[in-house]
Write a protein that binds this ligand. Structure first.
Ligand code: P6P
Length: 337
C-alpha cells in the first residue's frame, strides 16, 4: 500500500492545530490525546468482538430503553476511565448512564465537559455491521469545582469540538474543533491514527437518502411526499435517489458526509420527537455536517439551536447536503407536494 500523501499522525495534527492558537494552554490538546487513546482501547475490543465473550447482552436496558450489550458497557467504562484523570474535564455524561458522571474526588477537574455515546449502533454488533463512538465537547459554564447538569445541558452551537470514531472496514477518527473536519485512519501495525481525510467538505448535493423507510406510514404527509419525490427521476442524474441505511447513525452520517445526500430520523405519529438523542448523537453529528458545509435541522431549525431540557431527550433529525436539505425542508413546510 502506498504511504499516505502526508504522513501526519493525529497526535501531531492536534499539536500543530494548538500552535495556531498562541493563547492555548494545551489542556484541549491533552483532552483530545486522551480521547485518541480511548478510541484505540475501544477499537481493540470491537475488532475482536466475534472472538471473545463480549457479545450477547447484559440483560440490562439503558435510559433510552435500548438493551445494553457487553461491548456497550466496556466502551462506556473505557472512555470514562481514559478521560476521568487527565484534569481537563469537570463532568461527563454518557448515553449509557441516566445521570451525569462526576470526576472522582482524587482527580482535579478542568474546564471542559465531555458527552459521549460509547457505542452507537450496538444492535448491529452481532452482525458485524459498522458501529461507532460519538463525542461532544463543551466549555463548562459553572466557575469551579465539580461540574453540574447545567454544564452538560448546553445547546449544540456552543460545542467547542465534536467527532466520532467509526469501527468499520477500517477505523477512522473524525473530528472538528471549528477549523475544518478531518479524518484519521488507524494503522493497526503502528497503533497510530494517520491523516487520511483532510478538510472534508460534504458535496452540495447527493443522490442517496438514508432513513428507516419502514416508518413511512407514520411520517407526516410532507415527509412522505419528499420520499416519493426522491423515487422519481432526478433531473441531475436521470435516475431516482438510492436508499442506503445500515441502522448505525455513525455509519449513515459518515457516508452522507463523504458522498452527500440526506440522513434523517424524523418524528412520527408514535414518536413525535423521533428516536435519536439530541446530546449524544444529533448535536455532534449536526456540528460535523454543518462545519463541513452541509446543514442540519429538527424540521424547523438547525439541530444546534435546540435548547436542551434533559440529558436523554430525543429530537427529529435531518442532516446532509445543502441542496438536499433545502428541498427536504420545502416538502416538510408544505411548500412542495
Ligand atoms: P432504527 C442505533 O440503535 C440508533 O440509535 C442509531 O445509531 C441508528 O441511526 C438508529 O438507532 C436506528 O434506529 O429504528 O432504524 O433501528
Amino acid at each position: 500500500m502506498a504511504p499516505p500523501k502526508k504522513f501526519m499522525t493525529l497526535e501531531r495534527f492536534i499539536n500543530e492545530q494548538e500552535s495556531m492558537h498562541p493563547g492555548a494552554t494545551g489542556e484541549f490538546s491533552a483532552l483530545l490525546h486522551d480521547l485518541s487513546l480511548a478510541a484505540k482501547l475501544v477499537w481493540r475490543e470491537v475488532s475482536k468482538a466475534g472472538l471473545v465473550d463480549v457479545l450477547g447482552t447484559t440483560n440490562q436496558t439503558n435510559s433510552s430503553g435500548d438493551i445494553v450489550k457487553k461491548l456497550d458497557v466496556f466502551a462506556d467504562e473505557t472512555i470514562f476511565k481514559a478521560m476521568d484523570h487527565g484534569g481537563h474535564i469537570c463532568v461527563m455524561a454518557s448515553e449509557e448512564n441516566e445521570d451525569i458522571l462526576h470526576i472522582p474526588d482524587e482527580y482535579v477537574t478542568g474546564k471542559y465537559v465531555l458527552l459521549y455515546d460509547p457505542l452507537d449502533g450496538s444492535s448491529n454488533i452481532d452482525a458485524n455491521i459498522t458501529i461507532g463512538s460519538i463525542f461532544s465537547i463543551f466549555k463548562r459554564v459553572t466557575t469551579s469545582g465539580k461540574g453540574t447538569l447545567q454544564d452538560c445541558l448546553q445547546p449544540g452551537y456552543k460545542q467547542v469540538a465534536a467527532g466520532y470514531i467509526i469501527y468499520g472496514s477500517s477505523t477512522i477518527f473524525v473530528y472538528c474543533t471549528g477549523h475544518g473536519v478531518h479524518g484519521f485512519t488507524l494503522d493497526p501495525s503502528v497503533g497510530e491514527f494517520l491523516l487520511s481525510h483532510e478538510n472534508i467538505r460534504i458535496p452540495k448535493k447527493g443522490n442517496i437518502y438514508s432513513m428507516n423507510e419502514g416508518n413511512f406510514s407514520n411520517w407526516d404527509p410532507g415527509m412522505q411526499n419528499y420520499i416519493t419525490y426522491l423515487k422519481q427521476q432526478d433531473k441531475a442524474t436521470g435516475r431516482p435517489y438510492s436508499l442506503r441505511y445500515i441502522g448505525t447513525m455513525v455509519g449513515d452520517a459518515h457516508r452522507t458526509l463523504l458522498y452527500g445526500g440526506i440522513f434523517a430520523y424524523p418524528g412520527d405519529k408514535k414518536n413525535p420527537e423521533g428516536k435519536l438523542r439530541l446530546m449524544y448523537e444529533c448535536n455532534p453529528m449536526a456540528y460535523i455536517i454543518e462545519q463541513a458545509g452541509g446543514r442540519s435541522s429538527n424540521g424547523t431549525t438547525s439541530v444546534l439551536n435546540v435548547a436542551p431540557t434533559s440529558l436523554h431527550q430525543h429530537t427529529p433529525v435531518f442532516l446532509g447536503s445543502e441542496e438536499d436539505m433545502k428541498l427536504c425542508e420545502e416538502f416538510l413546510q408544505g411548500k412542495r407536494s
